[in-house]
Design a protein around this ligand. Structure first.
Ligand code: FAD
Length: 825
């Protein structure tokens, strides 16, 4: 097997060594700068609360696996998990609602939870103040991980299987040659390796720097204290760390609790963000104790003051105790709160698994081990991939700003559309100024400002035909929403609208090997002549969908690709490097051209009239049929025009360089006024694409789905050479798929859902909502969900939204067919 070096023997490194060795890998060395009996990282002091429910499906599944694994890891009859259960309490009406939403996620991801009233909370947790608690969420399978013990058992088990451990050995350098790692450097010599995996926890930035890899995490202090003995707890638990009560979260005040025998442990996130410079912590001592642990900083009691008062209110029994000891522990935060997992985009063979909680440690380790040994993780890693950030998101300033916000919001109720507060206006399209003048409401994604709707279109609401009038929404689904979106959808279907698509990823693939690369990696028949546009998928080796692409052949050796994100860039660029190295005369280059270009989607029954006013070229259907592209000019600006449509109306994506974007926007805007042209935002776009049945990668499909399940079998080419994933799909078809992505319409015509809600057939949860939006054209809320293949059109199901069941009927998909065009896309 490959020679592997793992940096870090915390809960992540130890689990990874175990998962790899369980899969038959034999040449593994784990190096830690600290002593192996207590290495001094975050794991050494982690109180080990494992709350499994999470808005992220992947993180919930990772947590569930951690629970299973730690339960099975035992010595002398004692396992590494104390399954006391978990209780999240609500003390505000908003939190009570939030717990219903959380119960929904947990149900969607297959984790059993119970919404409980105030009295039941007291049954489960008698120490609670009954005057404060309104209700709770009880998760019977949550509990306490004995993380430090687990590390010792994993080290012992893997040592037996031949894994080598080097304690008190700092890695000081990463060897590399020709874009690949060659090993690590330590004071006692170099260790050669084919694969190096940094599990260095909050030291990840420093280890990354040794390899020239930017690691977007920020080490931050988080307070944890232990009380003196609580008289009411005397004799209830084994000392010093026994626990019987569920782990407790009081998220309204950023607090959590566990028992340590007759004492309490209290964790607090409500204090000011305290960023830490890991490089300044110095060397880990040869013997680590609680006092000399590098991951423990001196307690700052003034930061804890409000927490102590709040804790005594929630748990009055604590009034008979005091804070005995405390520390500011260090752990990692990231710009979007997710962990960092996977291969570095710029260094082959260098992997990381960092910013991982104890809660997710075994699950993440299993996923990475699966990637290394089979090329695919059974749980989707999209939201965890190290490559998911753009260069502007990797700067220390961005990482600090956003990770601190992540710390502040860690227990907050966060709406799925909530934009970050800062930095804002980091990335704007060339159309930003006219959009602002039209009263654009901007939300933020990956640093980009994106117009959701335009206040200038508010005046259209008074003319909106009755059929198009938006329905009243509940408070949650009306946040970050305006009924103006209905008017924008109406104008798109009846006149013309321009959409700013600049933030969508654009790549250029060039070179004599371009066709080969795209034929090998994508499912599309891309070797067709210049001017053709092909919708295609990127699959993993086992047929899971790793992305979807719109591939335009511009000339013999140049393609422009509409892709999903930096992960696509990393993957295609890496494969291009491999191909070029193997066959230099078949070289191929992949470039992310998003920032240097811009794009307007011009669609609607009158789009052609608008285009005619700025172009003398033949853009009629015979002149430029559906799924065809050409380079031409509009208003004197060189553009690439593609006849494609996400919204289901005729029109084009019009691409040009950033410098000319504003001129083009203004020219189209002026030309469009006589034809009723408006600017429309993402809110309408999202709804119209759903009516059109267009799948969104990362939401409607991930590596956990194959093309047949996702309803994308049409994107697989039938002939030609093999592509990655084709072999795995042999024997599969739409008929053999056991689940399928189905379109649901809400029966009452007005109850909104937003995504991730569980879908029920009778009492049984049978799936969950992927995307949802109000279908303005069909006049009903729409939702997509994977349902068992036997479910057919006309069947009814129920969607659970904040604890309420909403009836929905399975419709044919899509609900809106594009006029004049009969191809699937
Ligand atoms: P670590 O345990 O930090 O291990 C990294 C290892 O890498 C260290 O041993 C270090 O010595 C080694 N290393 C670093 N650089 C080098 C180098 N150059 N050469 C060699 N070795 C190197 N999580 C939960 O899930 N539940 C909780 O209740 C919980 N509570 C927490 C409470 C506090 C106060 C804190 C601070 C954290 C808490 N966490 C909790 C988070 C959790 O502790 C961490 O996320 C987790 O332990 C990280 O594990 P790790 O293996 O990635 O990192």
């Amino acid at each position: 097997s490959s020679r592997v070096v793992i940096i870090g023997a915390g809960i992540v490194g130890a689990n990874l060594a175990d998962e790899l060795s369980a899969r038959g890998w034999t040449d593994i060395t784990v190096v830690d700068q600290g002593p192996l009996d207590m290495a001094g990282g975050s794991t050494s002091h982690a109180p080990g609360l494992v709350f499994q429910s999470n808005a992220s499906k992947s993180l919930s599944l990772f947590a569930r696996y951690t629970v299973e694994k730690l339960k099975s890891l035992e010595r002398d009859g004692e396992s590494c998990f104390n399954q006391v259960g978990g209780l999240e309490v609500a003390t505000t009406p908003e939190r009570l609602e939030e717990l219903k939403r959380k119960h929904g996620f947990a149900t969607s991801w297959g984790i059993e939870t119970r919404l409980v009233g105030a009295d039941d909370c007291l049954d489960v947790y008698p120490l609670l103040n009954k005057d404060l608690v309104l209700g709770g969420l009880h998760i019977p399978s949550d509990g306490l991980a004995l993380a430090a013990r687990a590390v010792q058992l994993l080290i012992a088990r893997t040592r037996k299987a031949g894994v080598r451990y080097l304690g008190s050995t700092p890695v000081t350098g990463i060897g590399q040659a020709h874009g690949r790692v060659t090993g690590v450097v330590t004071p006692s010599g170099a260790i050669p390796a084919d694969i190096v995996i940094s599990c260095a926890g909050f030291w990840g930035v420093e280890v990354g720097a040794m390899a020239g890899v930017s690691i977007p995490l920020l080490p931050m202090a988080h307070q944890y204290v232990k009380t003196t003995a609580v008289p009411a707890q005397a004799g209830r638990n084994e000392l010093p760390n026994g626990a019987n009560l569920p782990i407790l979260r009081y998220q309204d005040q950023d607090l959590y609790y566990r028992e340590h025998g007759d004492r309490f442990g209290i964790g607090y996130y409500g204090h000011r963000p305290i960023a830490v410079d890991a490089a300044a912590l110095g060397q880990t001592p040869k013997v680590v104790s609680e006092d000399s642990m590098p991951s423990r900083l001196k307690f700052t009691p003034q930061d804890f003051e409000p927490a102590w008062k709040l804790s005594q209110e929630l748990l009055p029994a604590l009034q008979k105790s005091m804070v005995a000891e405390g520390f500011n522990g260090i752990l990692s935060f990231t710009p979007d709160g997710g962990p960092l997992v996977g291969q570095a985009p710029n260094l082959d063979g260098f992997f990381v698994a960092e910013a991982v909680w104890v809660t997710h440690s075994a699950g993440v380790a299993r996923a990475l081990a699966e990637i290394l040994t089979t090329g695919k993780s059974q749980v989707d890693l999209g939201g965890c991939d190290l490559s998911r950030f753009d260069p502007v998101q990797l700067t220390p300033a961005y990482v600090k700003e956003t990770s601190q916000q992540d710390f502040v919001e860690v227990y907050d109720i966060v709406h799925p559309f909530q934009p970050r507060d800062s930095p804002r206006n980091l990335r704007v399209s060339p159309f930003y100024e006219p959009q602002r003048q039209l009263g654009a409401c901007f939300l933020e994604t990956s640093g980009w400002e994106r117009a959701e709707w335009y206040e200038a279109n508010a005046e259209l609401l008074s003319n909106l035909p009755a059929k198009w009038r938006p329905v009243e929404r509940d408070t949650w689904s009306s946040r970050y929403y305006s009924p103006i979106a209905a008017a924008e959808a109406w104008k798109t279907r009846t006149a013309a609208a321009m959409y700013d698509l600049t933030a969508q990823r654009r790549l250029e693939v060039t070179g004599p090997g371009a066709v080969d690369l795209l034929m090998r990696l994508t499912t599309g028949a891309v070797s067709r002549p210049p001017g053709t546009v092909t919708y295609a998928l990127l699959l993993d080796s086992q047929g899971g969908i790793r992305s979807d692409l719109m591939i335009t052949r511009l000339d013999e050796r140049t393609f422009q690709i509409g892709a999903n994100g930096p992960m696509d860039v990393a993957y295609l660029a890496r494969e291009a490097r491999v191909q070029t190295a193997a066959a230099p005369n078949q070289y191929v280059q992949v470039r992310d051209i998003t920032s240097g270009t811009c794009c307007i989607g011009l669609w609607g029954p009158r789009a052609r009239d608008v285009a005619l006013a700025v172009s003398t070229d033949d853009l009629s259907t015979p002149g430029l049929p559906y799924m065809r592209a050409k380079r031409t000019t509009m208003a004197g600006i060189p553009v690439t025009v593609m006849n494609v449509s996400y919204v289901g109306e005729p029109g084009w994506e019009i691409h040009t360089t950033s410098d000319c974007g504003l001129y083009l926007w203004n020219a189209l805007w002026r030309a469009g006024q006589p034809h009723g042209l408006i600017a429309a935002g993402r809110s309408a776009f999202y709804a119209l694409r759903l009516e059109r049945g267009i799948r969104l990668w990362g939401v409607d499909m991930t590596t956990e789905h194959d093309p047949y399940e996702a309803g994308l079998g049409f994107a697989l080419r039938a002939t030609g050479d093999d592509y990655v994933g084709r072999h795995a799909l042999r024997g599969r078809s739409s008929e053999t798929a056991t689940r399928r992505l189905r379109c649901l319409a809400v029966d009452d015509g007005r109850s909104m859902v937003l995504g991730k809600e569980p879908v029920f057939a009778g009492d049984k949860a049978v799936g969950y909502v992927t995307s949802a939006a109000f279908g303005y054209t069909v006049g009903r809320p729409l939702a997509y969900a994977y349902l068992a293949a036997h479910v057919s059109e006309g069947d009814t199901v129920e969607i659970e939204y904040f604890g309420r069941r909403i009836r929905a009927t399975v419709l044919s998909d899509p609900t809106y067919n594009m006029p004049h065009v009969d191809q699937p896309r």
